[in-house]
Ligand binder design. Structure first.
Ligand code: PLP
Length: 405
């Protein structure tokens, strides 16, 4: 019996599409922090992408009310009508993106699933998709799951991680079918300027590409930065799927609520993938989404103001640590400093920072090769903790120097 069980295990080693991807680096850091906490070791957790704020009360109440009201059954696979209407209204009002609530919006369990749906709905095996490097850890893995090929578009720290027309053109080939663009960018916090947006638009139009615009951080912007949506451009509206969600703007990561929106023709193939996979998002979770979009927005402004304080405190404290270079991000809630530690891979640096400095951060290389020599710190700790963060970093770097003699 034991032998048979062993044989079965050796036969089922996972499909090629899963074996080709690595586990999520950010999920792994968060789990490491949980494991340490279970052993009684507390660290300053700046690893994952989860805000430390509680979901605003009026949003929680809306879900409880809906649940008590019996919203516990399957609903329309696209999403409940009031939420699709609220999303379409929000996109028009805030982003200048016009979509039909009837057939241009799908409510998904998180923006993550919205991106996977877009890829499953439109990629054929071997299709290439351009992705910023560095960029969020899951794009290339999800492209692989959809049997496509992720092609990185390098962006460089010495150029402020700007997306350059030449880099886009070099990465494009006759097999390129789509481009995923995210801004404010996770992990760099960079916000695309007009020239970068024009470069994406020109390439997408010339090469007939699908644009998947991930706008999850659009509301977390610092003074001087302005977010523009690709789907608002007349030359891109027909080819753009806009992805967004509630996780970051309303501190709702655990609720798993997001959406994809665009022209009905582009949304149609995604609907089949939704129906045969998750069917629909829990209706009481969707009721919370209606409250988030239609209710008071002061909570968003308050979180934004706090992120700004944290950003500036991080800049002040960590900017003074020798061998660390920190730039001010235009948006999102991450800091992405560069470390002068030649020969030490970012992954090793992250380990050292956790073990010696007591701070969890994510190695820049989790986000692509251009993230080497960088670590990503999530602004999920209050400003007064930033000197302790700087001290932890200094301690880790000090241990490296003394180990080298
Ligand atoms: N897109 C980016 C750029 C992200 O950083 C994240 C989460 O970290 C997501 C999408 C996924 O968000 P959600 O929680 O809505 O699935």
């Amino acid at each position: 019996m034991a032998k048979r069980a062993e044989e079965v295990v050796t036969r089922w080693q996972g499909a090629a599409r899963v074996n080709a991807i690595a586990p999520s680096g950010t999920v792994a850091v968060t789990q490491k922090v949980r494991d340490l906490a279970a052993r009684g070791v507390t660290v300053i957790n700046m690893g994952g992408g989860d805000p430390d704020f509680a979901t605003p009360e009026h949003i929680v109440e809306a879900a409880v009310h809906s649940l008590r009201g019996g919203a516990t059954h399957y609903v329309n696979s696209l999403g409940i009508e009031p939420l699709r209407e609220a999303i379409a209204a929000k996109l028009e009002r805030e982003n200048g993106v016009r979509v039909s609530p009837g057939d241009g919006v799908i409510v998904t369990p998180g923006a993550k699933y919205a991106i996977l749906l877009a890829l499953l709905g439109h990629l054929d095996p071997g299709d290439e998709v351009l992705v910023q490097d560095p960029a969020w850890v899951s794009y290339s893995a999800m492209i692989r799951l959809a049997e496509g090929v992720a092609v990185p578009v390098p962006t460089l720290p010495e150029e402020g991680f700007r997306l350059r027309a030449e880099a886009l053109r070099r990465a494009a080939s006759t097999r390129t079918r789509a481009i995923i663009v995210n801004h404010p960018v996770n992990p760099t916090g960079h916000v695309l300027d007009q020239e970068e947006i024009e470069a994406v638009a020109a390439l997408a139009s010339e090469r007939d590409l699908l644009v998947i615009s991930d706008e999850i951080y659009e509301r977390i912007l610092f003074p001087g930065a302005g977010h523009r949506s690709f789907g608002a451009r007349p030359d891109l509206a027909d080819r753009t799927l806009t992805v967004n969600g509630f996780s970051k703007t309303y501190a709702m990561t655990g609720w798993r609520l997001g959406y994809v929106a665009g022209p009905a023709g582009l949304v149609r193939p995604l609907r089949k993938a939704q129906e045969h996979s998750i069917y629909c998002v829990a209706p009481f979770i969707q009721a919370a989404g209606v409250a988030a979009l239609s209710g008071p927005q002061e909570c968003v402004a308050a979180m934004q103001a706090e992120y700004l304080k944290r950003r500036d405190a991080f800049l002040r404290a960590v900017g003074d640590v020798p061998g660390v270079h920190v730039a001010a991000p235009g948006g999102a809630f991450y800091m992405f400093p560069r470390f002068d530690v030649p020969g030490v891979p970012a992954a090793r640096l992250a380990e050292l920072l956790l073990e010696v400095g007591g701070i969890a951060a994510t190695a820049g290389t989790e986000f692509g090769a251009c993230g080497e020599a960088h670590l990503r710190f999530t602004l999920r700790v209050p400003p007064e903790n930033m000197p302790a963060v700087a001290a932890g970093i200094a301690k880790a770097l000090g241990s490296l120097r003394s180990a080298r003699g």
